[in-house]
Design a protein around this ligand. Structure first.
Ligand SMILES: Cc1cc2nc3c(=O)[nH]c(=O)nc-3n(C[C@H](O)[C@H](O)[C@H](O)COP(=O)(O)OP(=O)(O)OC[C@H]3O[C@@H](n4cnc5c(N)ncnc54)[C@H](O)[C@@H]3O)c2cc1C
Length: 300
């Protein structure tokens, strides 16, 4: 019933059945989503929420899948992927508006071409703008909260709601959207004009730092754990002697202990088991409780 209703609003290429989530996560892990839709506009999102609510179908919002872990059993229900189709960017002289599906790296390059500075930090974060806002993604001393002016999101009763910066409850790797579950559709950015070659140099420098420090040659979801107050997760893990620790095909990266990587064919349960082992050993060694940053999409 709900599947038929959704089929009526999505063209074939934006309606995927039994879609392997391993194709949609940077961990390259996860069983199939029963249905995945890729909305091309806000109206389709509103109609999709309405169909799910009416039929009591659970749904999950996905950006680029760079901060999530999907269970091996897959996802019963619907995945709404906000990416291609919702990636328009308007860059004007006095304001910038971008849709949630644009990749942070693409947006950073568009801003570079328009000589806007302040967004360089986000150029190496492999997520979408929507996922970045949801997580208040940050790197090298800046976070989304420093560049966002307002956000529009769709509520569970299908209304478009505008949030000003002060209402977004941004703090370390979180925003108001974690509690609300609304679907972010677009935002306004506040940035200053800068010198194009300085902006390019900064982006290049950050890219080089990333590839030097991070195991980008392996699938992962970035830092597995949040930064505990007063410590660095990677350092605590290293000090506990866990560099390179393996469970199945999951491994604490040799290059950066804060990353758990997929050596090839790792399952969700292997990643979870290894991260729990790390949490316990680090706690026993240091008394510091690590908290997972990666969100797990669970089976209903
Ligand atoms: C190699 C690597 C390096 C990384 N480096 C960094 C880093 O430096 N800093 C950092 O902060 N993170 C980093 N990350 C983690 C990740 O890229 C960020 O958290 C990113 O912001 C997630 O965006 P996404 O689009 O992939 O979101 P997803 O992983 O798809 O989703 C993450 C969460 O956001 C929600 N979400 C996504 N889109 C929307 C939307 N439109 N509306 C509402 N909710 C939404 C999802 O439901 C989910 O709960 C890294 C990851 C990798 C793999």
């Amino acid at each position: 019933m709900w599947i038929k209703a959704l089929k009526e609003i999505y063209k074939d290429q934006y309606f995927l059945e039994n879609e392997p989530m391993s194709n949609h996560t940077t961990f390259k892990i996860g069983g199939a989503a029963q249905i995945m839709v890729i909305p091309q506009n806000s109206d389709q999102i509103i109609q999709t929420i309405e169909i799910c609510t009416r039929n009591e179908v659970p749904f999950y919002v996905l950006g680029n899948g760079s901060n999530i872990l999907v269970e091996d059993a897959g996802i019963q229900g619907l995945v709404i992927k906000i990416e291609h189709g919702m990636e328009t960017v308007y860059i004007g002289e006095d304001h910038i508006i971008a849709e949630a599906g644009v990749k942070l790296n693409d947006l950073a390059h568009q801003l570079l071409n328009a000589s806007y500075t302040g967004f360089e930090f986000a150029s190496g974060i492999p997520g979408t703008l929507g996922g970045g806002i949801f997580m208040n993604a940050g790197a090298y001393g800046s976070e989304m909260k420093d560049v966002i002016e307002w956000v529009e999101a769709i509520s569970m009763d299908g209304k478009i709601i505008r949030f000003e910066l002060k209402d977004l409850a941004f703090s370390y790797r979180t925003s108001i959207f974690k509690a609300k579950g609304y679907i972010i559709i677009r935002c306004g950015l506040k940035l200053k004009k800068g010198n194009i070659s300085d902006i390019r140099d900064k982006m290049e420098e950050l890219k080089a730092r990333r590839s030097l420090k991070q195991p980008l040659e392996y699938p992962s979801a970035g830092s597995t754990f949040k930064r505990p107050e007063g410590y660095f997760a990677g350092q605590l893990i290293e000090q506990a002697g866990l560099r390179g620790l393996k469970f199945g095909s999951a491994q604490v990266s040799e290059k950066h202990c804060g990353f758990i990587i997929n050596l090839g064919g790792a399952t969700c349960s292997e990643i979870i088991t290894l991260s729990k082992m790390v949490e316990k050993i680090v706690f026993d060694a240091s008394g510091v409780k690590l908290e997972r940053e990666i969100k797990i999409f669970t089976v209903e």
